[in-house]
Design a protein around this ligand. Structure first.
Ligand code: ADQ
Length: 470
């Protein structure tokens, strides 16, 4: 069956469960993106093209919650070179402003190109004549260009979920022209922020694509400037098409999260609760957060017997060296801080290295007096929005890195610079102090943030992108 609306993403929204008797079953794994796109997928006989998450598995296309799921098979080698290698050890650090050094390997790039071909071919097969195809994220930046060649009839959108770096950084990439050409296969390219969009436009002004036929030889024509949820900037692609570029800040299904939060009890905990929730990734600044907390305990500004920091860290990309290193640094710091300030009855840091069911996560958000987010760099950071969505009563406080995309919208959070430990300590203390000495101000801040998150939800994100694409 062919579809009028196709989503292409690295992962299919499914998990493979193995039962005790050895039988296996695919079950839907709902996330923000699925929630946002489900209504559109349902309306248009939609199809989701993606990798099911297990190397060398080749399940037949199947239906889940009314959406046709079309698996792309990745071999173990693809997984290592395309996913762990080029996507997560080259592009991820490059796009997050070199928090660690990107590795450039020609074999990884070849694998990235091959896998992008696979995805594009599968999408070309399932899309009906004139269909809309929405390609997601940094793992698939060549797909728009390949798909355009295979199927010039399609309307193609691309959205990047991570930051787009400054042109100076991007220009390091040995394969920058081909990657740029891949992206320019889309009709509309979306980023979270105006800043990401400006970075991309500035790059387009600099980069030379061999074989270009417009304007000055080999130079791209760039018009207009970045804007949010409307397209006022265009790049003329080498084949003469105008490609729209704009910012569409992603969000969560805010009213659903708020409603679900109403149904859960906050976790039971004594004293003041400070909470961190992240994938265990070096971009999230978890170690820096622990160090700031440790210094506050040391100086006596925060009282160990009355405070706890709960850090929930989802295991992530565990075979990549930098991730292993980050994990051991975090765990060492947790051990040291508890060794110095904890008691048997009260470990001052509670650390969980696992993923929690959504409802359970919400019970932590609800209880937390302060949500503590110190990412060095983050495309958006949905955790900040989830926390705010759970505090419609005005309780709680948000300490947020100014380098998280969400800081642009959540200006009334206690914004900190994670590279400056004094700034992190100061804003955590300011948040704690406001809760006890100026609760009215703290409440007004949280209600403002809540209003913002409820107004611009993930449905608004999908609607505005798709409307612009049409
Ligand atoms: P991530 O880097 O994964 O996403 P984030 O936006 O915070 O970062 O989303 C994480 C999601 O995972 C949240 O929905 C959160 O609830 C969930 N999560 C985190 N820890 C969990 C745990 N222990 N148990 C269960 N769930 C947990 C990338 C980009 C971001 C961008 C998003 C969306 O890096 O910058 O905001 O995509 O575009």
């Amino acid at each position: 069956m062919n579809s009028d609306f196709v989503v292409v993403a690295n992962r299919l929204p499914v998990d493979l469960t193995t039962h005790p008797d050895g039988t296996q079953e695919w079950s839907p794994s709902p996330g923000g993106l699925v929630t946002a796109l489900s209504p559109v997928l349902a309306r248009h006989h939609g199809c989701w093209v993606g990798w099911p998450g297990v190397p060398d598995e080749a399940p037949e296309p199947f239906e889940a919650d009314g959406v046709l799921l079309h698996p792309v098979t990745l071999t173990e080698e693809d997984y290592q070179e395309f996913y762990e290698g080029f996507s997560n050890a080259t592009l991820w650090p490059l796009y997050h402003d070199l928090i660690v050094s990107p590795e450039y390997h020609r074999t990884w790039w070849e694998s990235y190109r091959n896998v992008n071909h696979k995805f594009a071919q599968e999408a070309a097969e399932v899309a009906s004549e004139g269909a809309t195809v929405w390609v997601q994220d940094y793992q698939l930046q060549l797909v728009p260009g390949i798909l355009r060649q295979l199927r010039p009839d399609l309307k193609i959108g691309f959205f990047l979920h991570i930051p787009f770096p400054s042109a100076d950084l991007f220009r390091q990439l040995p394969w920058r022209e081909e990657l740029m050409r891949g992206l320019l296969g889309a009709d509309l390219i979306g980023f979270h922020l105006e800043q990401n969009t400006e970075n991309f436009l500035s790059l387009a002004r600099q980069v030379t694509l061999t074989g270009s036929t417009i304007g000055q030889p080999d130079k791209l024509r760039v018009e207009g400037k970045a804007s949010i949820r409307e397209v006022t900037a265009f790049i003329t692609a080498p084949d003469g098409r105008k490609v729209g570029v704009a910012a569409f800040p992603i969000s969560i299904d805010s009213s659903e999260v708020a409603a679900l939060a109403e149904t859960v009890e906050p976790i039971e905990a004594e004293g003041t609760v400070i909470l961190g929730v992240d994938r265990l990734d070096y971009t999230k600044g978890i170690l820096q957060r622990l160090l700031a907390f440790e210094e506050l305990l040391e100086s006596g500004a925060v009282e160990a017997s009355e405070t706890m920091l709960i850090q929930i860290a989802t295991p992530s990309r565990e075979r990549i060296d930098q991730y292993r290193r980050t994990r051991s640094q975090v765990e060492e710091a947790v051990g040291r801080i508890n060794g110095r300030f904890g008691t048997v009855a009260h470990p001052v840091v509670h650390y969980m290295h696992r993923s929690l069911p959504k409802k359970e996560l919400l019970s932590y958000y609800k209880r937390a007096d302060v949500m503590f987010i110190t990412a060095y760099k983050d495309g958006m950071n949905l955790v900040a929005k989830e926390y705010v969505a759970c505090h419609g009563d005005g309780s709680g406080a948000l300490v947020l890195s100014e380098f998280a995309g969400s800081a642009i919208e959540l200006q009334r959070a206690w914004l900190c610079n994670p590279h400056d430990i004094e700034s992190v300590k100061r804003q955590l203390l300011n948040a704690l102090t406001a809760l006890s000495t100026d609760p009215e101000d703290a409440r007004a801040r949280m209600l403002d943030l809540h209003q913002q998150v409820l107004t611009y939800d993930v449905n608004e994100w999908a609607r505005s992108f798709l409307e612009c694409l049409q």
